[in-house]
Design a protein. Structure first.
Length: 487
């Protein structure tokens, strides 16, 4: 499978089509509004406590920007550090290669089961499906990911993948499906959050104690020490990272940081921006292998899968600075009403609208850059100051250009825009067109308002009032009425 096949969901409708369906789902909109409002308010509260919050954002932006500029250097240094510490580094150009590497490593252990700590990268490459095709079962251990897996669903949020599910829905999923994957849910299970969490804990406990192989993602990796870091809220990650004999980490190449000390900045930015907490309940770090402590074999897979191509775009590359906090999703008015499934990608929301088209190619996701109001709330919320609106506008231009290049005959819109560009490039042509428009406006629309434009232009005038061209342009007014005025 190609990278495009995995980052985007095959067969998913385009965003406009999917969004119309989502908007008609009242329960979905209620769940999203409640969850995003709660997280958003908590985030505002904890960020307001820090006098240097904006300075922290600027520091995070600076570290990410300089790292991306010298990414090759930091990755080679990371490989050297991990290898020195007893780990093994693998390079994967795309999803297919990454899946082959992981599958081969699991097979080499003789195991047919793995436990997983939540990882966007493994979702991106479709690892669970690739393992299943080779007879290997992957058990998700994050509570929300478990809900998605048992419900044969897709994640709809970066941080809270089951945000679209209500408590009663989760109870039914547990009661109906848990027994197929292991320990069944209690017969008297209620929809109380504590009961649901306890059912998940008991279900997963036997898998943690039995598993010999674990697969994880990575939030950060320090190039100078080879230290890999995962942050989570439930303790499932700690179990996956310490109990199994073999640990396989799949990490996007953009997650590397130059130095261990850089974590000081990001471990303040990430929890406040993601869950509205001052610090993560569980922050796990490991450096290679240590005899008698944790996994005896550690493999780090560095995943490209379109990231190098994204890096080549000087405007779009800033999307690679994302630390997957989901703050942009929680403030986005579009996401709050449509949910993550409408984006047709493992990366939903504003960051998905700029990251997915770059990873898979604009031709595979040309509607996503238009899934935004350009209100700028995502930029204000982003802890590393990614200018998402700027990238959205940049990608919209690419989408239009790509469509135009694929057409034998240009569209009416393209012809009109081309003519407008030719006029605006020449002051003399602009003056001539303004005067001709004023004359034509007085003849065709004596009332001063265009009620209905002719031909295909009716689609514009049918939904809005259109003023007729003014009798005198600003330039003519200035020349005749203001040129001799005292200054």
């Amino acid at each position: 499978m190609s990278g495009a096949d995995n980052v985007v969901w095959l067969g998913a409708p385009s965003f406009p089509t999917a969004a119309r369906t989502a908007l008609a789902d009242g329960r979905l909109r209620t769940n999203l509004r409640r969850a995003t409002t709660t997280i958003r308010d908590r985030r505002l509260g904890v960020t307001a406590e820090l006098d240097d919050w904006e300075e922290l954002r600027e520091a995070g932006e600076a570290v990410k920007r300089t790292t991306l500029r010298h990414l090759d250097h930091h990755l080679l240094r990371l490989e050297e550090s991990v290898t020195t510490a007893g780990g093994t580094v693998h390079w994967a150009a795309d999803a297919a290669e990454a899946n082959r590497i992981v599958t081969g490593l699991v097979r080499a252990t003789g195991e047919t089961e793995v436990v997983k700590v939540k990882s966007m990268a493994t979702q991106e490459i479709g690892l669970n499906e690739a393992l299943a095709a080779s007879g290997i079962i992957a058990y998700e251990t994050d509570l929300a990911e478990l809900i998605v897996q048992l419900g044969e669903d897709r994640p709809s949020h970066i941080l809270v993948p089951a945000i679209h599910r209500g408590r009663s829905e989760i109870r039914e999923i547990f009661r109906e499906r848990m027994g197929e994957w292991g320990r069944p849910a209690p017969d008297d299970l209620t929809d109380d959050p504590r009961d649901l969490a306890e059912a998940a804990r008991l279900h997963l406990r036997e898998k943690f104690l039995r598993a010999k192989v674990a697969v994880s993602g990575a939030n950060f990796a320090a190039a100078d020490t080879g230290t890999v870091c995962v942050v989570e809220s439930e303790g499932n990650g700690r179990m996956c990272l310490t109990l199994p004999d073999t640990l396989i980490t799949v990490m996007g190449i953009e997650k590397v940081l130059p130095a261990f000390r850089d974590l000081e900045v990001f471990l303040q930015l990430l929890p406040r921006s993601s869950t509205g907490e001052r610090m993560n309940p569980y922050t796990s770090m490991w450096t290679g292998t240590t005899e008698g402590d944790g996994p005896s074999a550690f493999h780090l897979i560095l995943l490209d899968n379109g990231r190098s191509a994204t890096l080549a775009d000087t405007t779009g590359r800033q999307a690679l600075a994302c630390i997957r906090c989901s703050a942009c999703l929680n403030v986005c008015p579009v996401y709050e009403r449509t949910g993550g499934h409408a984006y047709g990608s493992v990366y939903p929301g504003p960051i998905g609208a700029v990251l997915t088209p770059q990873l898979v190619g604009i031709e595979h996701a040309d509607t996503l850059p238009f899934a935004s109001t350009l209100c700028g709330a995502c930029y204000e919320a982003c802890p590393v100051r990614i200018d998402i609106p700027e990238v959205l506008v940049h990608l919209r231009a690419e989408a239009v250009t790509a469509k135009a290049a694929g057409r034998a005959v240009p569209t009416v819109e393209a012809l009109v825009m081309g003519a407008a560009a030719a006029v605006l490039r020449s002051p003399a042509r602009l003056t001539l067109v303004q005067r001709l428009s004023a004359l034509g406006g007085r003849i065709l629309f004596p009332g001063g308002v265009v009620r209905r434009l002719p031909g295909p232009l009716r689609r514009w005038s049918d939904t809005r009032d259109t003023p007729s061209p003014p009798a005198q342009s600003f330039r003519d007014w200035w020349r005749h009425d203001r040129a001799g005025a005292p200054r």
